[in-house]
Design a protein around this ligand. Structure first.
Ligand code: GLN
Ligand code: ZN
Length: 766
């Protein structure tokens, strides 16, 4: 009884949940059909986990959209306007309107939800690429139970013959993840919230649950004293409610540091520790945990794709077992497997060597089960598995595919000058002379609509029914039409449209050495949206130019400047699964030089402007403040290495989105891009204030319209925003562009929007 799991991916191995959700949202299936698909997935996942040897698979880890939203709904934390009244259950219409905004469907209309009702704000779940919906607490928020989803999930599993361990997001993390509509401290709401948790626990106990997992991921953050006090208060109260229900408090994603002592003194039955991110916690926990506290040891990486070194992990567990009876130890993944792809078995496209190094969620659970068996039955019981693991690890370490002497030499020869250009003031003169742009130059962020036609052509090419020449001709046609159209409407700096790219990271991964791409390694990003991060397994280098041909062909079509389009080293790494055998900084440095080569090849091909996208720049920030500096210094340096090989007359742009920049302004300025385009339209140019206060020295394109908004932007509104910008910044510093790439929009939307944008710029010039 010692192999546990903290959470399983929800989507299904073929992304069945995505299909079911999207069919429901488009009106093709009703509530019952969606709920049936969800129940099927849960049943399948419970069965799969117990088959893998997990003692009590988690329940209530599933969600139709997001588990934080589910908790908000369960507690009646629903702002007015979403078709819910206290005392009622929360309908799917309400739940999805909170998640996605009012879409004007019949279901919403029946529930009284207006079209255009905004969605809740969405933000990143700690330092993962999963996004949760931010609960909004009203002034004087009262909590009311709208149902007990954790109890329902437990009973659903029980009916299938499975005793599960229900998962709840703990009350302190829940409050800290939300925001107060009227200002104030969300932790003040704890006394009103605790009775609902207590009632949930009571009902779980009555339903037959013996363990409950309460997640308090906030333990890995810098916490104010009040939050630690709140944890003590909450768990002291909850532990007294149900003495027969063991609470396993789960932390993950980092070293608990000063919060570890707090966690170890809480009157809970057990504590889960992420020993992949913070192995050093084990000794402290073994020394200081109360004698009867269960320690759940997260030794299998829940966030990466590498097979566990079972011998090493087992050694760690044996050390723990020497200090503590094994009944008091549990083996688990480091965190919920939500962040891991589902199953490696169907990845038949990966070469066998690489595959042998990897483990997805299903394989990770097998690893957990093996380790747990060794712990209870002794090393002999898992001797064969340990040998096999040793052989795999040894093969990986010895593989010639990991290390490329040329890459090592390149990095060793790197000099500080690699990250320095001549001062911006000089570059600016040279660039102005070369580009000869008007005031308020107009441009876009790179991609144009990925139409059904493009997707069909790509699929046909993949299937082999459209040959390389045919596909190339098709893409060239799309590009030419886009270039002509940009000229026609008077865009100043053109883009080729990125029609040949499926994804801004995977596209480059296909060209770079050291990268592998999976077929089905999907991970949930938000709602039905999944991402498929490529895998960096070895030293990264660029055997040949990746984007030069398309850029050159695009530039040949026009006399206006064409902007080359690249993904930067920080983002490439942030959105990949990264090898764990060398430090992350080293991987990022390799990427920086690979991108640098591409930038220089673009320059040599006559491309006057190169944009290096870094939308994930801020995402990489560590959870703890005192680690920010080291990360930012390295990230800035890597961006600069990629950008600084070019002559002064070559203009470097960067693009960032989904970010608050205020607290890292100085570092963004240090990146020293000639032009940065940022997302500002949604916050009405508030973001721009940060750039003004700091006196951002180079040029800026504050996004003048929100490309994600359903309504078309008005020229007058864009002009107004530009005037706001022009009041705050020198006019010759301002560029005019949308706030992100346009690949998710339709041409019918993009055409009028960009025509109006150019109009707004012209009127401002006047
Ligand atoms: N150049 C990319 C595009 O236009 C940038 C995407 C992004 O910011 N995420 O699609
Ligand atoms: Zn963007």
């Amino acid at each position: 009884m010692s192999a546990f799991n903290l959470g399983f991916p929800r989507m299904g191995v073929r992304r069945e949940l995505k299909t079911a959700l999207e069919s429901h949202w488009s009106g093709q299936s009703d509530d019952a059909a969606l709920l049936r698909s969800a129940a099927d997935l849960r049943a399948r996942h419970w069965a799969l986990q117990s088959l893998a040897g997990i003692a009590m698979p988690p329940s209530n880890d599933f969600s139709l959209y997001d588990h934080v939203l589910d908790h908000a709904c369960a507690f009646g934390v629903i702002p007015p306007g979403y078709g819910w009244r206290p005392g009622e259950r929360v309908s799917l219409a309400t739940r999805f309107a909170l998640a996605r905004g009012g879409r004007g469907t019949a279901g919403e209309a029946a529930a009284g939800i207006a079209r255009g009702t905004p969605a809740l704000e969405m933000t990143k779940w700690f330092d993962t690429n999963y996004h949760y919906l931010v609960p909004v607490f009203q002034p004087g928020q009262e909590f009311t139970a709208t149902g007990f989803p954790a109890v329902e999930a437990f009973e659903e599993a029980l009916a299938l013959g499975q005793v599960t361990r229900p998962v709840l997001l703990g009350p302190v993390s829940f409050l800290l993840l939300g925001k107060m509509a009227g200002g104030g401290d969300a932790l003040d709401l704890l006394p009103g919230l605790l009775p609902l948790y207590a009632e949930t626990l009571r009902r779980l106990e009555a339903a037959g649950a013996r363990h409950v997992q309460m997640d308090e991921p906030c333990l890995a953050l810098d916490l104010p004293h009040a939050a630690r006090a709140a944890l003590c208060h909450a768990y002291t109260a909850l532990a007294a409610v149900t003495p027969r229900l063991s609470i396993i408090l789960a932390s993950y994603f980092g070293d608990l540091r000063e919060n570890l002592e707090t966690a170890l003194t809480l009157p809970v039955a057990g504590l889960h520790l992420d020993l992949v991110r913070a192995p050093q916690m084990l000794d402290v926990a073994l020394r200081h945990a109360p004698p009867r506290m269960i320690l759940s040891l997260g030794v299998v990486d829940g966030r990466n794709v590498w097979a566990t070194d079972l011998s090493r992990a087992f050694l760690k567990l044996r050390g723990a077992a020497a200090a503590r009876r094994f009944e008091l130890l549990q083996v688990a993944p480091s965190c919920s497997l939500l962040h891991s792809p589902v199953d490696l078995a169907p990845e038949t496209g990966l070469d066998p060597e690489l595959r042998g190094w990897m483990a997805f969620a299903r394989q990770k659970l097998e690893e957990v089960a093996i380790l747990a068996r060794g712990l209870t039955e002794g090393r002999g019981a898992i001797a064969a598995e340990l040998l096999a693991s040793d052989a795999r690890q040894e093969a990986r370490r010895a593989s010639p595919r990991l290390h490329d002497p040329a890459v090592a030499a390149r990095l060793a020869a790197g000099r500080p000058e690699d990250a320095v250009r001549v001062p911006f003031t000089r570059r600016r003169v040279a660039q102005q002379a070369r580009l000869n742009l008007p005031a308020f130059p107009t441009t876009t962020i790179g991609s144009f609509p990925q139409t059904a036609e493009i997707r069909a052509a790509r699929a046909a090419h993949k299937r082999g029914t459209l040959d390389a020449a045919g596909y190339d001709a098709f893409l060239a046609g799309q590009m030419e039409a886009a270039v002509r159209w940009q000229e026609e409407i008077g865009m100043d700096v053109l883009v080729h449209g990125e029609f040949e790219r499926n994804d801004m990271v995977e596209h480059f991964a296909d060209f770079l050495e050291g990268f592998a791409v999976t077929k089905n390694g999907w991970v949930q990003s938000y709602g039905s949206r999944c991402v498929k991060p490529p895998v960096i397994f070895g030293d990264v280098s660029r055997p040949a130019a990746m984007t030069v041909e398309w850029a050159r062909r695009a530039q040949a079509l026009t006399t206006r400047p064409m902007k080359g389009m690249l993904t930067g080293p920080v983002t490439m790494m942030q959105w990949a699964f990264v090898r764990d055998d060398i430090p992350r900084d080293a991987v990022r440095r390799q990427l920086a030089y690979a991108i640098r080569d591409e930038v220089m090849d673009l320059e040599a091909a006559g491309i006057p402007i190169v944009q290096i996208d870094e939308p994930a720049f801020r995402e990489g920030l560590p959870l703890r403040r005192d680690e920010w500096d080291a990360y930012l210094t390295d990230a800035v340096t890597c961006f600069r290495i990629s950008a600084s090989g070019v002559r002064e007359a070559t203009q470097i742009h960067t693009h960032m989105c989904y970010s608050e920049f205020n607290d890292i302004m100085d570092r963004i300025a240090e990146m020293d891009a000639d032009v940065i385009s940022i997302e500002t339209a949604r916050s009405r140019m508030e973001l721009l204030e940060a750039f003004v206060d700091f006196r951002y020295p180079n040029e800026i394109g504050p996004g003048v319209y929100d490309i994600h908004a359903p309504a078309l932007p008005e020229a007058a509104e864009m002009e107004r925003l530009l005037r706001v910008a022009a009041q705050r910044l020198p006019a010759d510093q301002i560029w005019v562009n949308p706030d992100c790439g346009l690949k998710t929009r339709k041409w019918e939307e993009v055409r009028p929007a960009l025509i109006r944008m150019v109009e707004a710029a012209r009127s401002l010039r006047g």
